[in-house]
Ligand binder design. Structure first.
Ligand SMILES: [Zn+2]
Ligand SMILES: [Zn+2]
Length: 183
């Protein structure tokens, strides 16, 4: 079915990355790694690229933008390390392998641990007023690992997090998400 859908989408918008990523992820989810790799190869041969991921957060009256693996604020990395050790103490194990299937090729080289939404939320925890809702906007779909981590942060830090990704709003409260883990 995904193959049929991809062909239709390609007719509607040739050269768009979305339908290739959808097909590749569907193959990966079905364990058809070789087919997934063929789709990825086709993408790079035809120079079809997904836009790079970024996340933005508003703190005070300023908007801060993060891209994966880059902490321009100088505050997010430190807070992220603190969050990681706190969550690790509560049994969190990063789902790197699953997350890697969902992200774009160039993002794969960067550690999942420093995805843009993680940096943005860490910055929010470091900077925003205690108790304030952390609101983040991301241009791409949130990966499984970031989603799991947001749930854990909302519980460990007793903080509501609202994350708008490309497909929907996710409201994380007390360890669960409004999307019911379906997005
Ligand atoms: Zn992620
Ligand atoms: Zn969610």
């Amino acid at each position: 079915m995904a193959e049929r859908v991809e062909r239709r989408l390609a007719e509607l918008e040739p050269g768009d990355a979305g339908d290739h990523v959808l097909l590749s992820n569907t193959y990966a989810a079905a364990g058809r790694w070789e087919d997934a790799a063929v789709v990825r190869t086709t993408m790079s041969r035809r120079r079809i690229r997904k836009p790079p991921g970024w996340s933005a957060i508003e703190v005070g009256s300023a908007v801060y933008r993060f891209v994966a693996g880059e902490d321009q604020s100088g505050e997010a990395d430190g807070m992220l390390a603190e969050i990681m050790s706190r969550l690790a103490a509560e049994g969190y194990v990063p789902e790197v392998a699953r997350a890697l299937r969902d992200v774009e090729e160039e993002e794969k080289q960067l550690a999942v641990a420093r995805h843009s939404e993680k940096l943005a939320v860490a910055f929010g925890l470091a900077r925003a007023c205690p108790g304030a809702v952390i609101r983040v906007v991301k241009n791409l779909r949130v990966c499984t690992d970031c989603h799991t981590m947001m749930k854990l942060i909302s519980k460990a830090y007793r903080r509501e997090i609202v994350l708008r990704d490309r497909s929907r709003f996710h409201t994380f409260v007390e360890g669960s998400c409004s999307c019911g883990d379906f997005w």
